[in-house]
Design a protein around this ligand. Structure first.
Ligand code: HEC
Length: 260
């Protein structure tokens, strides 16, 4: 009896699974997602460390090309000291922004100049305002974006450099842009970088690729500021375990030496 039910119900189920598999792979083949090419990043690998000069340039790119739309709410200005800005530079950076504080003794909120301990000031007061300014699309907070996307740094770099004219048979609606690496290829973010748009303090202006590489590293640091400490502790722990293993082995040999 049970066998009969199983046999009867398994056929449509099998057909359903088959259909879905064919459908899903067809959607993939249609190019919904293109894997980003792999890049070399200095902070990757067991001993990799952040390139501080790149992070500082990346902050400049973020500030000049992204901060008008994207917040990084989880960073405070004083965190910038970790990538090599001095205390005075950080104070100067923070003082360009205003934050709401309060309530004061009279119970009123008031605006004041930001200080290093304040979080990065967001360009919009809330998501609704951000969407309203961007044709309904939400420019996400970038604090954890490198961790939040499959492909991490490679994807962010590919996205920023992946804008192109759409293929001939593809019609792009107004306010949308064709990007090779964005899922579905239509993104509501206009190409945020242009060659020569960012002038680095060395006097050189950055190409799209350079700016993308630097800002990607900055965003990687933002999503994991303690990466270096984590790796250093890892190396120390491995070293300790190695020494401990040698000691344990020597002790074992001595203790069992008389047992034949
Ligand atoms: C004029 C506003 C604007 C600027 C400037 C801007 N973005 Fe965006 N960004 C958006 C919007 C809007 C979206 C959402 C796109 C969508 O939903 O189609 C977005 C989405 C993104 C995404 C998410 C993509 C995904 O996979 O979901 C990343 C990453 C990103 N932007 C990075 C940046 C970086 C880095 C810069 C600076 C170099 C930048 N953006 C500058 C408006 C902007």
């Amino acid at each position: 009896m049970i066998k009969k039910i199983l046999r009867k119900s398994s056929l449509p189920a099998l057909a359903f699974v088959l259909c879905m598999t064919v459908f899903a792979s067809a959607a993939y083949a249609a190019g919904a997602k293109v894997p980003p090419p792999q890049q070399h990043w200095p902070h990757k690998g067991v001993m990799g460390t952040y390139d501080l000069a790149a992070l500082q340039r990346g902050y400049q790119v973020y500030r000049e090309a992204c901060a008008s739309c994207h917040s990084i709410r989880l960073l405070s200005y004083r965190n910038l000291q970790d990538i090599g800005f001095t205390e005075d530079e950080v104070r100067a950076i923070a003082s360009d922004y205003f934050v709401m504080d309060g309530p004061n003794d009279e119970g009123d909120m008031f605006e004041r100049v930001a200080v290093p301990s304040d979080r990065f000031v967001s360009p919009f007061e809330n998501d609704a305002q951000a969407r309203y300014a961007n044709n309904g699309a939400l420019p996400l907070d970038l604090s954890l974006i490198v961790k939040a996307r499959y492909g991490g740094e490679d994807y962010i770099y590919a996205l920023l450099t992946g804008y192109a004219e759409p293929p001939e048979d593809v019609e792009i609606p107004d306010g949308m842009y064709w990007n090779r690496y964005y899922s579905g290829h239509q993104i509501a973010m206009a190409p945020p970088l242009m060659d020569g748009q960012i002038a680095y303090s060395s006097g050189r202006s950055a190409s799209v690729e350079e700016a993308a590489r630097d800002v990607t590293q900055f965003l990687a640091w933002a999503s994991e500021p303690h990466l270096q400490q984590r790796k250093q502790i890892g190396v120390k722990v491995l070293f300790f375990l190695l020494v401990f293993a040698v000691l344990a082995y020597a002790a074992k040999r001595r203790i069992w030496a008389d047992v034949h």
